[in-house]
Write a protein that binds this ligand. Structure first.
Ligand code: SF4
Ligand code: SF4
Ligand code: SF4
Length: 351
């Protein structure tokens, strides 16, 4: 306890969030997620596993028109969200499994399959070359100027997809937890942040407090929901459902210290192979939230993925605000006392 005296528990590096929350010295190590977006294939198995394990209601299956994204972002009913970002950028030095740069796929597409649409299991894309045999309602050939250009002379394409599975960051300093008046949000023995739906009163204070815009109120009852890092599974010695389901190990679960070491080595490896843009996000205990329990390897700036570039725990300045408010209150009381004393003195104007 003496180690806590004089420390600002709302900001700065914090080696043991679970211990500071009152869990005894024998509590388990802090557990977390390392999401390596460089190997995410956008399969969404993580989204599905999360929904299935946690019995989360369906929240819309309509494509947004923004690539293959049908959930748009994290919310009360989306605790994992796979972002699809299309960029006009070369793939870098990624080594593809098979080199098809000698094949002109656009020319092949322009030939068409020759199968009339009515007879095709999947409608052929461009039956232009066999226009005579094509059905009258066949779609027109694409405008050559409207399709992406051929590969660059070095064989690399000028289009890439970034895919990233976003989640609650289980912040070292979690403002959502700091502002919750009912104790519905709490720090577990694993150092994660969990909300208890039977204690939440729907006040919504935690929603604007989250620097990442993660926690969200369910529209029909007002209570908030977010990723629990599958607290029930952790208690049973199992890994979270999303990490279990991920086929590429893009989502890695384990003791946070080990994950940070593994992530640093992975960034180094990517740099050595020419992927200079690889960087970690949320792994630094010196950042504005004291580091995240769920951090990421990104291939571009955080803003590209919809992440704040420099998040700060929104309760960081509360201690100094209370200090200033205390000084202001003391000054006011002192002034009132002086006026009262002056009025009590003989000839001071008091009755
Ligand atoms: S502040 Fe936001 S990101 Fe951090 S633990 Fe709370 S809900 Fe998750
Ligand atoms: S840890 Fe569990 S609750 Fe959190 S995103 Fe993964 S599956 Fe969902
Ligand atoms: S994180 Fe894993 S499970 Fe989720 S979309 Fe990417 S590859 Fe699929």
């Amino acid at each position: 306890m003496s180690s806590l005296i004089g420390r600002n528990l709302l900001a700065g590096p914090e080696p043991d969030p679970a211990g500071d929350a009152g869990h005894g010295p024998g509590h388990p190590p802090r557990m977390g997620f390392f999401t390596d977006t460089s190997v995410c294939i956008g399969c969404k198995a993580c989204e599905v596993a999360c929904k299935e394990w946690n019995a989360i209601p369906e929240d819309g299956l309509e494509l947004t028109g923004m690539s293959y994204d049908n959930t748009q972002g994290l919310g009360a009913d989306t605790w994992r969200h796979v972002a699809f970002i299309e960029q006009s950028k070369p793939l870098g030095h990624a080594v593809t499994a098979a080199d098809h740069s000698d094949i002109d796929v656009l020319a092949l597409a322009a030939q068409g399959s020759g199968t009339p649409p009515a007879e095709a299991a999947v409608t052929p894309t461009t039956p232009a070359a066999s226009a005579a045999s094509a059905a009258p309602d066949a779609p027109p050939a694409p405008d050559a100027a409207a399709v992406p250009g051929p590969p660059a002379p070095d064989g690399r394409t000028e289009l890439r997809w970034l895919m990233s599975s976003d989640v609650c960051k289980h912040c070292t300093h979690a403002a959502c937890l700091d502002v919750c008046p009912t104790g519905a949000l709490f720090r577990t023995e694993f150092g994660t942040v969990v909300v208890q739906e039977d204690v939440c009163n729907g006040c919504g204070y935690c929603v604007p407090a989250c620097p990442y815009g993660v926690i969200d109120q369910r529209k029909d009852d007002g209570r908030v929901f977010k990723c629990t890092m599958c607290y029930d599974r952790l208690g049973a010695g199992q890994e979270p459902a999303c990490a279990k389901a991920c086929p590429t190990d893009s989502i890695q679960f384990g003791p946070l210290d080990e994950l940070r070491e593994r992530a640093a080595a992975r960034v180094e490896q990517l740099h050595e192979t020419g992927v200079a843009d690889a960087r970690l996000y949320g792994a630094d205990p010196e950042d504005g939230v004291g580091g995240d329990g769920a951090f990421f390897l990104l291939l571009d700036d955080p803003e590209v993925y919809g992440l704040p570039p420099d998040p700060v725990v929104t309760t960081r300045d509360l201690p100094s605000m209370w200090r200033h408010a205390g000084v202001a209150a003391a000054t006011l009381l002192g002034g009132l006392a002086a006026v009262f004393a002056a009025n009590r003195m003989p000839g001071g104007g008091g009755r």
